[in-house]
Write a protein that binds this ligand. Structure first.
Ligand SMILES: [Zn+2]
Length: 236
């Protein structure tokens, strides 16, 4: 599996950047994980979006789905329909917008699913709107992506033993609150340590911070911590 970071900032992009979006390739097949602002153009630079096996949206906040609204136009022009997975209990206006076009076949995450030669499972996490963490495996290697989440006990078992953990880390420890929508970098590292993952990739990076500050906070707890950056390619 190969993960390419299309966008990694939140809740708005850096100059010339993009919010959440990741291309996951498995041989000739591929999936798009989230599709925030600026993601579609970066995806277009790498492959024809009509050739995706599907789109996995962790949740329907704009910084994770806004480019779906223009991906729609592209797919309509190609007469193509893509499966799009969303949390079952989401009844937002964004979901209604995705459902009003033949470009998308919107479905709720089942407990497990085979897609693009990968086995997918989804786990509810702690965010102000319904959100799922995703676990994807080819039978040998495993990626877990937290989506957006504050500290969430079930994530430790869900992420257990993953080779790579792509984890929300939108704050520094001194900014975090119990009611926050995201983890801080230190908490992401504690999750990585407790779940005994191979490597930690911090994402949902706030534009206001130097990524090195976030990485250093995480590395105090989990040395194999890095911040992702736009265009980064990760071999899982
Ligand atoms: Zn969110």
């Amino acid at each position: 599996m190969q993960l390419t970071v299309l966008g990694c900032h939140g809740p708005y992009p850096c100059a010339g950047g993009a919010t959440s979006g990741y291309l996951l390739q498995n041989g000739d097949e591929s999936l798009l994980l989230d599709c925030g602002s600026g993601v579609l153009g970066r995806l277009m630079a790498l492959q024809d979006p009509a050739l995706l096996s599907g789109v996995l949206l962790t949740h329907l906040h704009f910084d994770h789905m806004s480019d779906m609204l223009v991906l729609r136009y592209y797919l309509e022009s190609r007469g193509k329909t893509l499966p799009v997975y969303v949390p079952k209990e989401d009844h937002s206006p964004q979901r209604a917008q995705l459902e009003e076009t033949n470009a998308f076949r919107v479905e709720a995450y089942p407990e497990t699913l085979e897609m693009a030669g990968l086995r997918l499972s989804a786990c509810p996490v702690r965010h102000p709107v319904p959100c799922r963490a995703l676990r994807l495996t080819d039978g040998k290697k495993t990626l877990v992506y937290t989506g957006d989440s504050n500290v969430c006990e079930t994530l430790t078992s869900f992420a257990a033993g993953a080779d790579a953990l792509l984890c929300d880390a939108a704050f520094l420890q001194n900014e975090w609150k119990e009611t926050a929508p995201h983890m801080c970098a230190r908490q992401a590292a504690e999750l990585a340590r407790d779940a005994r993952v191979g490597r930690l990739y911090l994402t949902h990076l706030p534009v206001r911070h130097d990524p090195e500050t976030l990485r250093a906070e995480a590395a105090e707890v989990f040395p194999q911590s890095v911040c992702v950056s736009p265009g980064m390619v990760i071999e899982i």
